[in-house]
Design a protein around this ligand. Structure first.
Ligand code: NAD
Ligand code: GLY
Length: 375
């Protein structure tokens, strides 16, 4: 797909994700919201529920509903408040309230129409409503298309820690409609690019070279560039989570930048910085820590930092407290509640050599140096 007049063509790239009987396909293409045939393989059910939010539902819910009409007798739509600040137990309960109000049964299929927040919450609702109902991811942000809709991590935030309550629960299908990215605010596009860039240093430096060469096209939402980026990211993620669904080992590499990033998100208050912004800055911090541990050289850190900056992302860490000492204390305190921490020891995802990760602890003194250098 190279032209921008492809809005009515359902050309699809398919990335398969292998989980034995829970395997599924990720479809990537333009105008997939209107491609009714893609739902053919879903489990039989009479009721579908679209879960979306106040921003996305008015733009896209009617189109998805029209596509589902032939397959389901009844289609309900649940509209949640928009924002990371609402990725909470209270909002999750709104989904359960409506599912019960509509007498939804065990076959009811949920459709998560939105970004990562809607996707993570709908997935968790699907994992737990009546102990599990089928669900489909229809991601509408770049971040959700390249990362959060794939691989089955679902959940909500807790005031004390990001994504602390949730479940691994795989969708039946993922539909990445690239045309939906046309309405995405520019700040959100940049946030998604953080997760795109992430796949380079952790797994594929050829892809990193490609991102560097195509960053302007990606920022300009060139359809071919976006299609390639989404496909390559999904391929890498499908490989990683196919090897290690529950993050016993390899999957941790997908959290490069997230240990520092989650501290930024929780420390500033959810929603102050976008998840992708926090991850972008977190990758700079994790790369600096890798350098201080002698794993990569300054040239690599400079190259990664330049690309993150070019993508429109912050590279200077925000202050979480007033003095340098209390700021570092706060970062360390928040990072100790990270899911990868063991007995209070923080596990960092570091770059061993460009394209390859190592997961290890680091002396607090070095982490403090990084926080000071990045502030
Ligand atoms: P988001 O879901 O908050 O969406 C960003 C904003 O864009 C929202 O205001 C949303 O309403 C709006 N929006 C979405 N699609 C739009 C469109 N097509 N047009 C116009 N506006 C649109 O944020 P996100 O960046 O998509 O996701 C971030 C979340 O994903 C975080 O909570 C993060 O923890 C989670 N996440 C989860 C995983 C996972 O593996 N489950 C991976 C990465 C991130
Ligand atoms: N985004 C991290 C993961 O899916 O494991």
């Amino acid at each position: 797909m190279t032209s921008s007049d492809n809005s009515k063509i359902h050309l699809t790239e398919i990335v398969h994700i292998e989980f034995a009987e829970r395997s599924y396909d990720i479809h990537i293409g333009a105008s997939l919201l209107d491609a009714t045939n893609l739902f053919d393989g879903l489990p039989q059910a009479s009721v579908a529920v679209i879960v979306s939010n106040t921003t996305i539902a008015p733009i896209y819910a009617a189109r998805l509903q029209a596509s589902l009409q032939g397959r389901y007798k009844t289609i309900h739509t649940i509209v949640l408040p928009d924002g990371e600040a609402y990725k909470t137990w209270q909002t999750l309960n709104l989904i359960f309230d409506d599912l019960l109000k509509y007498s939804c049964d065990r076959k009811t299929t949920l459709f998560a129409l939105g970004g990562g927040v809607v996707g993570d919450m709908t997935g968790f609702a699907a994992a737990s409503y009546m102990r599990g109902v089928p669900f489909v991811q229809v991601p509408t942000t770049l971040l959700a298309q390249v990362d959060s809709s794939v691989g089955g991590k679902t959940g909500i935030n807790h005031p004390l820690g990001k994504n602390m309550v949730g479940a691994f629960y795989q969708p039946q299908l993922v539909l990445c409609d690239l045309s939906t990215l046309n309405t995405l605010p520019v700040r959100e596009l940049s946030a998604g690019l953080a997760e795109v860039i992430k796949y380079g240093p952790i797994a594929d430096m050829v892809f990193f070279d490609w991102i560097e060469a195509n960053i302007d096209a990606l920022l300009a939402r060139d359809p071919a560039a976006l299609a390639h980026a989404v496909k390559r990211c999904c391929e890498i993620k499908a490989y990683v989570v196919g090897q290690d669904e529950r993050e016993a080992g390899l999957r941790a590499i997908l959290n490069f930048g997230h240990t520092f990033g989650h501290a930024i998100e929780a420390g500033l208050g959810y929603g102050a910085w976008l998840h992708g912004e926090a991850v972008g800055c977190g990758m700079v911090m994790a790369a600096q820590l890798s350098q201080r541990l002698g794993l990569v050289d300054a040239a690599f850190v400079a190259r990664l930092t330049a690309l993150i900056k070019k993508a429109g992302l912050p590279t200077v860490a925000p202050a979480l407290a007033l003095t340098a000492q209390t700021n570092a204390d706060r970062y360390l305190e928040l990072m100790r509640v990270d899911k990868k921490a063991e007995a209070g020891e923080i596990k960092f995802i570091l770059i061993n050599q460009p394209g390859q990760c190592v997961v290890q602890t680091a002396p607090d003194a070095l982490v403090r140096e990084v926080i000071a250098a990045c502030s």
